[in-house]
Design a protein around this ligand. Structure first.
Ligand code: SF4
Length: 754
């Protein structure tokens, strides 16, 4: 019987200080590099670090302190992003001929400096020319006024964007008569929002990070917090002192989750921390089958919290029936793990009194993302692990403030307060705003790009982001973006999507960073903490606060109605947010660094009282996704995996290296030692294919050819992983999760030796 216990680091190896000779981040050396990079503006960099709310991930910190640990909270992701906040303006004359810039990578474009002046490129021009803000507003206002609102769309990214920007963007979009407003959360946790809202009545983490401390079982499904939320490793180091067992359900045993050196914790910095206690190498896309298997074993043994299910849930009987109807052979094939593995996991759950389930893109970025989340919720509810201490379900967020995006209403399917877009709620919001709010749900981010391709949009406003790099099939995206008459990119740096011409014109609007933003701003963390980041004044060129640009744009389009926009200042806007989004009441009182509140308190759904119409949690059976061809019959290999690779089709998934979103910070990921062209592969597969470490190979499917090198890893056989966004050339567009609309960032490929 396979055991999924992760072996501890040996005593002798542990004695080697600072992980010398190991693949690991070199935090202290990298910090010196950051100081050097920001040497022209160190005083400002210091203010950002000590006063601002981090613009990296959504773990959440104000200055150097958070609400979970006593010591300092700082990581390399935040330090790497620092340069975006200290760099001077770029040389705008270089934009006069974009062919000179066309071959540059996005990290090279970023290094050129800040976008500091409004720029215009008309059809046929070689590049951009500088224009005044007045001209920019006049052009945009005239065009938008003449545009059918159904042919106008807004996409808002997640880079450092504050709640105020999200709020104003949705208000402006709806003021202009369009429901086409969406944000970057669509591409990551939209399936979580859908499944959680239906099941629990809330669409946010039900617990706090402090619940990790001393919970019996802390399970990470398809997530890699050591890379995506680095300071969480400090939480994990501390949680383990309280006896918490950490379990990974993931195709790859992420090295950073196996062992980590927390730089600000002396013992960990010196000798490292063994984080994961168990690793279940589920096949990519096999999580639902795995969880069904676990549930079936729990049902057969009576390991559920029957009282909780009876008193606080509906739908249990139907779920139980569907689970018992499942065939283990099929579940094993689909999960890529044998029944014994499911039994081991079920037993861990049975032995635990408390548990926290955390998940991320490994679950959501699949065609069955919402069903995967539903199964996580189902499992947690069978043990009553919601609404009490050391228990909860947590869709952990990778980008600062994506949590607030939908809560502020910058979402095509939600008004402020995550209210469904329908006639009744549109009438309510119209009364609040004093203008007619469209009652029709708009297009998702992915739909917007398809609408561009079909010629159904006349004006496309992109606040940050880079569809060219974030969406599958970049050539298609480029053609789609070129097919819009007017594109507007509001950003702080250049990206290569800006160089795609438009049918009429492309405008670049220079934005202030979150720290420069007039009247400060707020961000909401994964644990629902709304944190205030004060204005740290700095003026680069003619940059303006993002919410102000949006407001001025709307006023330019309809000056006669501009007074209805309100929100003349950031303070006035927060007063309005507190009124329109009652769960954010308190935001209007935040004034300085460290001011924060956790909406809903430490636990949502306390005592098993859910925010659904009947106050109960709604368990649901989901369909078992069909097994991918590569998971078809095979003899279990020596590790107990039931899938194997008896053919040449592999399931490839995309992953992150040292990067923040599409901003790549290093050619080699210090957590894994993998280069950007690495193709993560199980040793058993490499052997079967006659490959060894660093061999040049190509992954091929009908969409493209990805050239890379073999990188041997602890990976479930039959699966491969490549870096995102480079791997997008293999990903098929148009395959999105039914619930939520997130693209499926996985593909089937063959492997060729080159
Ligand atoms: S863990 Fe996240 S919130 Fe904390 S410093 Fe790093 S990037 Fe910022």
């Amino acid at each position: 019987m396979p055991s999924h216990v992760v072996p501890k680091t040996s005593f002798l190896r542990r004695l080697i200080p600072f992980g010398l000779g190991e693949v690991k981040p070199t935090h202290f050396r990298d910090m010196l590099g950051i100081v050097w990079k920001n040497r022209d503006n160190l005083p400002y960099a210091w203010k950002v670090i000590t006063r601002g709310v981090c613009d990296g991930c959504a773990l959440g910190v104000a200055g150097l302190h958070d609400w979970t640990i006593k010591g300092p909270h700082l990581c390399m992701t935040r330090l790497n992003l620092l340069r975006l906040n200290t760099m001077p303006a770029l040389d705008h004359s270089l934009l006069a001929d974009v062919s000179q810039l066309a071959g540059k990578r996005n990290d090279e474009l970023r290094e050129m400096g800040r976008l500091a002046y409004p720029m215009l490129r008309e059809r046929g021009a070689k590049g951009f020319r500088r224009i005044t803000w007045d001209e920019a507003y006049a052009r945009m206002g005239k065009k938008i006024r003449a545009t059918d609102p159904k042919r106008l769309a807004f996409f808002i990214t997640s880079r450092g964007v504050t709640n105020e920007i999200y709020y104003m963007s949705q208000k402006v979009a709806r003021f202009l008569g369009t429901g086409h407003i969406d944000n970057a959360a669509r591409l990551c946790h939209s399936p979580s929002g859908v499944a959680m809202k239906q099941t629990l009545g809330v669409a946010a983490s039900t617990c706090s990070y402090r619940d990790w401390y001393g919970t019996d079982l802390l399970v990470f499904f398809g997530s890699n917090p050591a890379n995506d939320q680095p300071v969480s490793t400090k939480y994990l180091h501390e949680a383990k002192q309280f006896g918490t067992k950490v379990v990974l359900v993931n195709p790859l045993l992420e090295p950073g989750m196996k062992r980590y050196w927390v730089p600000s914790t002396a013992s960990s910095a010196l000798f490292g921390t063994d984080i994961a206690d168990y690793w279940f190498p589920v096949a990519q896309g096999g999580d639902i089958a795995f969880m069904y298997g676990v549930l079936r074993i729990a049902v057969e043994n009576g390991w559920m919290d029957e009282a909780f299910l009876r008193e606080h849930c509906v739908g249990w009987e139907a779920l139980k029936e569907a689970t018992l109807a499942m065939d283990f052979a099929e579940l094993e094939k689909n999960a890529g793990l044998p029944r014994a593995s499911m039994e081991e996991f079920a037993k861990l759950m049975q032995q635990a009194k408390t548990g926290v389930f955390v998940w991320s893109m490994g679950i959501t970025q699949h065609p069955h993302g919402a069903e995967g989340v539903q199964m996580i919720l189902n499992l947690a509810l069978t043990r009553g692990w919601v609404g009490r201490n050391k228990c909860g379900v947590m869709p952990i967020r990778g980008h600062s403030s994506v949590q607030g995006g939908a809560e502020m209403g910058a979402y095509c399917t939600a008004f402020p307060g995550v209210k469904t877009v329908n006639a009744e709620n549109a009438a309510w919001l119209s009364r609040e705003y004093g203008f007619d709010v469209p009652s029709w749900p708009g297009m998702t981010a992915v739909d917007m790009v398809d609408a561009c391709a079909r010629g159904e949009l006349d004006v496309f406003f992109c606040l940050g982001g880079n569809f060219l790099r974030t969406l599958p099939e970049p050539d298609y995206v480029a053609r789609a973006m070129e097919n819009v008459p007017v594109r507007i990119h509001q950003d702080i740096i250049l990206t290569d999507q800006m160089f795609i011409p438009a049918r009429e014109e492309v405008l670049l609007l220079p934005a202030k960073t979150r720290y420069e933003q007039d009247d400060g701003g707020t961000e909401t963390s994964t644990e629902r903490r709304v944190m205030f980041s004060p204005e740290i004044p700095r003026q680069v060129g003619e940059c303006r606060a993002e919410w102000k640009i949006l407001r001025e744009l709307a006023a330019a389009a309809y000056p006669e109605r501009a007074h209805l926009l309100g929100c003349e200042t950031g303070w006035a806007m927060r007063e309005e947010i507190a009124r329109v989004v009652p769960m954010y009441d308190g935001i209007q009182h935040l004034r300085k660094t460290g001011d924060a509140f956790q909406y809903g308190g430490p636990h949502l759904c306390p005592g098993g009282k859910f925010e659904t119409p009947d106050g109960k949690a709604h368990l649901r059976a989901v369909e078992l996704p069909p097994p991918a061809p590569e998971r078809m019959p095979a003899t279990p290999d020596t590790n107990g995996h039931a899938n194997g690779t008896n053919g040449r089709l592999f399931h490839v998934s995309t992953r992150r290296g040292k990067q923040f979103n599409t901003l790549i910070y290093a050619e080699v990921d210090p957590l894994t030692g993998a280069h950007r062209d690495a193709v993560f592969m199980a040793a058993a597969d490499a052997e079967q294919l006659g490959l060894k470490q660093n061999d040049s190979i190509a992954l091929v499917n009908d969409l493209g050819r990805y050239e890379g090198r073999v990188f041997l890893a602890d990976l479930a056989p039959g699966n491969l992983q490549v870096m995102w966004p480079e791997g997008n050339i293999l990903i098929r567009r148009g395959v999105v999760a039914k619930g939520g609309g997130v693209p499926d960032y996985n593909a089937l490929v063959t492997v060729e030796k080159t």
